[in-house]
Ligand binder design. Structure first.
Ligand code: LM2
Ligand code: CA
Length: 512
């Protein structure tokens, strides 16, 4: 349980609302027995998402189809791009000639679900197909702001600044009013009032402290929950602020499975005190953005011709200043960091990127997420789309989509991750440079080499004597290995060759 708990007072309020609604319908109300507690909907703990794939800006049809692949590969959830109606640009401008940059979807116009990714009906059938396949759906929820430009939307709704179908000018923060900055923007990222109540990159900032705006946002999110969604990545969570986040969360219904929705906040690090990711963990889980930087520094590092060292990853988590594993959604990259090559790894890092994902899955920190999206040359590039901006179906073979969640070496480590479960790390080994190895209890062993030459190591694996399939090179099929093998002796030791920029891994179940 890592999302905010529903407190008894909220339960009472919810129960009272149910009674009021039932009365309004003129139905008989089953009042609680005298002295008994009000009958409230059962509230069970939030389910952790497990390993998710972030199929960012895949259209709904493609996500729905991919869920059968995800479930076979051991993924238990999928995160999708913001599904609400958004800005649709009609032409390029001085900032970017790209008419339909990927970031249109971060400028909401209304909470209808007609978007670049498809229609509301297509969204619903995607969720249904994924849930049927056993994959939970997590939605990127843009709740901090509306647009900062344009007048036309994918859903056909027109708007003018500060005036939308669901909001009027009284629903926003303004400069020199609740936003204490001279131009209405965030000028000082260490200033609490500015961070919470000024415009993030010119995006009109909602008065999320008001019951009206909270009800509007909760209405949107509850619609998604009703369609079978399991939780949310809260875009710009840092700019909503803890109090408003908790107030909105308290208005959310349970998921269709009867659990509280998962709720993970985007809070980038660097801010002081209440603006730090740590200070948001009472308002939800947080995205592991600082962890992503540490991963970059361990695997790559900014200075040209230097790599960091994997040996540093002996400590990763609260011990290295990160939020706790149980409160964090961890990843190597996402749609923003993939475009920030000097500070995070991304798809363009190739084998290093794959290796980092494999390591994260093996380490077990946070709820790990693997990012798959589209190839780009300019940072603002549109995903593959038609002339109207509508995103076309994904193909993992036409060279335009990245599909790293299908990489066999990553799929192998998703299986490894699920098999070792919560077993503690043991048998840590390192050359103090770029080769590390460890077991997770006696469930599985993995070694990683981020160097440029293969290395032979002699390690304690924690596993029983036998021959094991190195699942990174190929799975166990029937009674034999499709790829290479590792021989563990009677005392648990093995001589293992770990290739340059690659991993070797096996679980107890991979013995032949
Ligand atoms: C996020 N998390 O807090 C998203 O992960 C990030 O991708 C979003 O920025 C941001 N917050 C707002 O949701 C992206 C993109 C920006 C883009 C915004 C809005 O990185 O460049 O801003 O989406 O579409 C664009 C222009 C910007 C302009 C703004 C408003 O790039 O120059 O500001 O629209 O018109 C004047
Ligand atoms: Ca705000």
């Amino acid at each position: 349980m890592t999302s905010p708990q529903v407190r008894p007072r909220q339960l009472l309020r919810r129960a009272a609302a149910v009674v009021a609604a039932t009365l309004a319908l003129g139905c008989a109300v089953a009042l609680p027995a005298a002295g008994g507690a009000p009958v409230a909907k059962r509230v069970t703990p939030t389910d952790e998402p497990g390993v998710t794939a972030n199929l960012w800006e895949w259209n709904w049809r493609s996500v729905g189809r991919e869920c059968s692949v995800l479930t076979q590969s051991g993924f238990t959830g999928v995160q999708v791009a913001p599904p609400q109606n958004s800005l649709k640009r009609l032409s390029g401008d001085a900032e970017t000639a790209t008419v339909h940059p990927w970031w249109e979807v971060y400028q909401p116009v209304s909470y209808d679900l007609t978007s670049r990714m498809g229609t509301e009906a297509q969204f619903k059938s995607m969720v249904k197909a994924c849930n049927k396949a056993g994959v939970k759906v997590y939605v990127d929820a843009v709740i901090n702001h509306m647009t900062g430009q344009g007048s036309t939307s994918y859903g056909g709704v027109d708007y003018t600044p500060y005036d939308y179908p669901d909001y009027d000018p009284s629903d926003f923060h303004y400069k020199a009013g609740e936003c204490p900055s001279s131009d209405g923007g965030i000028q000082d990222y260490n200033n609490k009032a500015q961070v919470f109540r000024c415009n993030l990159v010119g995006l009109e900032d909602l008065r999320t402290q008001t019951p009206k705006v909270q009800a509007e946002l909760a209405g949107y999110l509850n619609k998604l929950l009703g369609y079978g969604v399991s939780g949310f990545r809260v875009d710009a969570g840092k700019h909503v602020g803890q109090d408003d986040l908790l107030a909105i969360y308290a208005r959310l219904n349970d998921t269709n499975a009867g659990t509280r929705p998962y709720w993970v906040l985007e809070v980038f690090g660097g801010g002081p005190g209440v603006l730090s990711p740590q200070a948001f963990t009472a308002a939800g889980d947080v995205l592991g953005l600082d962890g992503g930087r540490q991963i970059f520094n361990a695997f790559k590092s900014y200075e040209t011709n230097h790599v960091g060292s994997l040996a540093t990853l002996e400590v990763f988590g609260t011990g290295s200043g990160l939020t706790s594993s149980a409160k964090t959604m961890s990843f190597v990259t996402n749609h923003d960091t993939d475009r920030n090559a000097g500070e995070y790894l991304g798809h363009k890092d190739g084998a290093t990127y794959i290796l980092a994902n494999q390591w994260l899955l093996a380490d077990g920190y946070g709820s790990a997420q693997v990012y798959s999206s589209f190839e780009w040359t300019q940072a603002a590039d549109s995903p593959p789309a038609n002339a109207q901006g509508l995103i076309t179906n994904t193909s993992c073979t036409n060279g335009r989509w990245t599909c790293d969640h299908r990489n066999p070496g990553i799929v192998a480590m998703v299986g490894w991750h699920n098999y070792v479960g919560k077993a503690k790390r043991a048998n840590w080994w390192t050359d103090d440079e770029n080769v590390i190895a460890f077991s997770r209890g006696n469930r599985g062993w993995a070694g990683f080499n981020n160097g440029t030459v293969a290395k032979q190591i002699r390690v304690q694996t924690g596993l029983a004597k036998g021959t094991y399939c190195n699942v990174v090179s190929g799975p166990k099929v029937g009674g034999s290995c499709a790829g290479s093998t590792v021989v563990v002796n009677t005392t648990g030791f093995a001589n293992v060759t770990v290739g340059a920029k690659s991993a070797v891994a096996f679980t107890k179940a991979d013995r032949v």
